[in-house]
Design a protein around this ligand. Sequence first.
Ligand code: KG4
Ligand code: ZN
Length: 347
Amino acid sequence: MLILGIESSCDETGIALFDTNRGLLAHEIYSQIDVHADYGGVVPELASRDHVRKTIPLIKQVMVDANVSKDEINGIAYTSGPGLVGALMVGACIGRSLAFAWGIPAVPVHHMEGHLLAPMLEDDTPEFPFIALLVSGGHTQLVEVKAIGDYQILGESIDDAAGEAFDKTAKLLGLDYPGGPMLAKLAESGTPGVYKFPRPMTDRPGLDFSFSGLKTAAANVIRSEGIVLAGSKSTQNENAPENVDQIKADIAYAFQEAVVDTIAIKCRRAVEQTGIKTLVIAGGVSANTELRGKLAKLMKKHKGQVYYPRHEFCTDNGAMIAYAGAQRLKKYGNNELLIKARPRWSI
Ligand code: KG4
Ligand code: ZN
């Protein structure tokens, strides 16, 4: 079965062709980073317009890349939610319309299901059941995955997502959008132990997260060190200390350490609580090297194993949507006739 995947929930247009026998045949990702960079974050209207511009050309491109004609495609999977409603509508309308024209099924896919199945695109794949840590710009969740479509949320963030906290703190440090990877880079030159931030909600039982306080803690240190927080970027005033760049790196280090430690503590609890020793990490923040290292160590200690997608499939992409759509079509058949865009949708 050959499935075309369309991802358009936020600021990446991701298109891919996945074959259940031959694996991933082709994928293309177009990132809108340059479109939104001047605004310090994603502008929904601009995102929708760019998806309109890019989706059809990229579909044509993957078909050329894989040397596939429309008659060979058996279904179209599109991200149905959660995400920006205008951006979702673009992928949903194009996916559903093409499926109608080609006489094949269209499968609405949950964006986070796409993320949690992304490690299945690698050679070495996890076996069910596993625990999935979903850490993206919009979600932080621990999910018990028993089978395709059988998901139980064990815990989630009660406020900001981990990626959102990275991005907001990066903005305070004057880093460009999207700040997560930039903050991680800056942290590489930070000195351990200069600052210490809290590990939120680790002093009480449970698997929920909270990250908004960490951003406030970072903001307080930035202010007290004399680094001015102005507008969308923190700029240095004349009275800023000479070693401002080192201070920023030290703050970045402490912030990342706090996020990574907090997530690791919750993952350890999830493993102990469920007895499941396979951990999957997915979503944009799963690209973070420190997080990967810490969780690999944790699972080694528990004689378990950790799986993550290759780097380019940690963030949004069409391959994970094509894969998830193929599995859904295989398991549930085609029972979806509506065009669906669900900006808010629990997994
Ligand atoms: O999964 P994703 O591409 O989009 C959503 O579904 O939200 O995740 C994007 C998020 C952003 O917040 C970005 O800053 C964060 O993932 N991110 C990182 C890293 N790479 C991406 N955060 C920390 N360290 C990284 N290396
Ligand atoms: Zn995502």
